[in-house]
Design a protein around this ligand. Structure first.
Ligand code: ZN
Length: 134
């Protein structure tokens, strides 16, 4: 694993949270992007190269809606940058971690992503993310 690429935070209301985090961080989000396949709207703040990703559910079945229902708003996942996501997934399986996405999927902010199950990582949802190369 390389650096922490971003920290995902589940929020109920993107507009309100963008205002709050703009005030907290002293900057505006550099990108707002909907990932329809995941049922989320995201916004990104760059904090010295590590990003804060706010996640708002766009429908009731969204994993973010379910997370907020269970745990309330707050830190949702940690994302680590990797060079080769398929290699990383294979390595994590080999090491005994439970991988949710054996096949990586398209994420926000030009990334290919896969999650590790929090049951195998001390309750922390871990995202592996690789920059899309094309
Ligand atoms: Zn993420």
């Amino acid at each position: 694993m390389d650096k922490i690429e971003h920290i995902g935070i589940a929020v109920k209301n993107m507009e309100e949270s963008n205002r709050l985090f703009s005030k907290l961080l002293g900057k505006e989000p550099y990108k707002i992007e909907e990932v329809a396949s995941e049922g989320v709207r995201t916004s990104f703040f760059d904090v010295g190269g590590v990003k804060i990703e706010l996640l708002e559910a766009t429908n009731a079945d969204s994993p973010i809606a379910k997370f907020i229902e269970k745990k309330g708003e707050g830190v949702h996942h940690l994302a680590f940058a990797v060079d080769d996501i398929n290699k990383s997934i294979a390595a994590k399986v080999e090491e005994g971690f439970r991988v949710i996405n054996d096949n990586p999927k398209s994420g926000a902010d030009n990334k290919i992503i896969a999650f590790l199950h929090p049951k195998s990582t001390n309750g922390v949802l871990v995202e592996l993310c690789q920059e899309k190369k094309d």
